[in-house]
Unconditional design. Structure first.
Lengths: 144, 144, 144, 144
DNA sequence: GTGGTCTAGACCACA
DNA sequence: GTGGTCTAGACCACA
């Protein structure tokens, strides 16, 4: 589930990791008590600096989404699900507002916008895994 | 049209300027051949450093959206409209896909998603430049 | 013959004018004693600042290519032809060296380079009139 | 490979850097994924301001030739080679056309032109970075 | 007046 | 350590 980290994204890697975890919890892929990969393991897998992973885990802990058992590992906390669901909903709704406003501003009609939405809804769910690319598209498209 | 620059946004000021121009061109508010305010003029109006404005104009030039006549000023280029329209549409559609995917992933039903969209569409037009959040969302998402 | 001034070029307009005159003299299109358009006339035709035209004429006078009869106008000087021919040859040879070196550096083979040259030579002469575009291509391609 | 930057050239230093990178990529000296020297490192080596190097890297990023990993460095992007090869070829061919047209216009015969070309080709390779004149010729021609 | 280039330097986010 | 953003200000070319 971390295969979607995008090093070309202008979004900080640690933020991407945090979001991946949040959405995985919100969607039930990660459940209370599940263990996350160790800092070292994940950093090697993603070929990124261990500090980066550690920072994500620390943030998630501060947010109450994971907890650490020293010497044991990092686990999804008891009320992570509700927290993440709420967070994700808020984020999604906010972004929907923004993007619809942008769509209008770009000259798209309500018709068009609805059509695109419908198309997205009909298409097979492409859950959070697409977000890094999505994020990428939010900034100035880069090197790719 | 630059009255909506938000110096306190986490989005770089020069990115905000670039996006305002892009969306203004896409929506027809700026047309091929139109002259942009001079670097000095805009920097004074926005109370920012001329270098910051110059950076925006430079980027826009590299992107082919404006061209510079030395000693004369900066103008919207011939095919800026198609470029910007395309860019903005692609951007918006991409983001719509992302956010819908995120919405699903966050557990929202198609119903809900459609409702939120509809609500946004019905609300008084919130053209791009009126929504600081929109501006925010347009650029490199930082922190969170 | 001034229809080829390119305001999108990053080359100063006054330099373009100077070169147009020089090449026109070198190629015999302008001869000793011929009168150039007045500053005002040319500036209106090209929609540029009269100072720009005046600057070109002044430079050309300094170079001995034109002379001014006050109240009468600006004329091609007696030995302009030899001067311009020489200038243009030197310029052309210098640029040929440069561009061939660049071609090599860009990975083109001697074969290819010769072929392109041959093709240019066979094509109908496209005398100096193409230079503004040419000049444009020398800089970073801009707005166009 | 940056030893040929000429601070006294009339071509902006940042343009020289951009061109050196472009041609290095086109000729295979720099490959996808290679890391460029850090902004600070290069600025110290060239004894120029870090901002100048950063400007070059930024432009190259907007052009899709490099990408940035924040906190990590700047790397040659995936499709930089094709981009640069194409860019450089187009540039070179365009300039060849121009200069040949100029040569004709200046009264040189096809014979002469071919001879000069041949001479350049036979001469020891003068790869781009060895020719200050070449560097000069690559950018916005100034004054003359 | 216009924009372009470059320096010096502060402060920040990220790894 | 890495790059990103922004300011302040000098000096220049061009119109």
């Amino acid at each position: 589930m971390f295969e979607n980290i995008n090093i070309h994204s202008s979004v900080a890697v640690y933020v991407q990791i945090e979001n991946l975890v949040r959405f995985a919890v919100a969607s039930g892929k990660l459940k209370s008590g599940d263990q996350l990969p160790s800092v070292r393991e994940l950093s090697e897998k993603l070929e990124i600096n261990p500090n980066t992973v550690a920072k994500s885990y620390r943030d998630l802990e501060v947010m109450g989404i994971v907890f650490t058992r020293r010497g044991m590992g990092v686990y999804i906390s008891r009320d992570a699900a509700s927290r993440c669901t709420e967070d994700c909903r808020r984020r999604v709704i906010g972004r929907l507002h923004e993007v619809v406003a942008e769509a209008k501003s770009a000259g798209m009609t309500g018709q068009e916008i609805k059509q695109v939405c419908a198309k997205c809804l009909d298409s097979d769910a492409v859950p959070y895994q697409d977000t890094p690319a999505a994020i990428l598209s939010m900034a100035k498209t880069k090197g790719k």
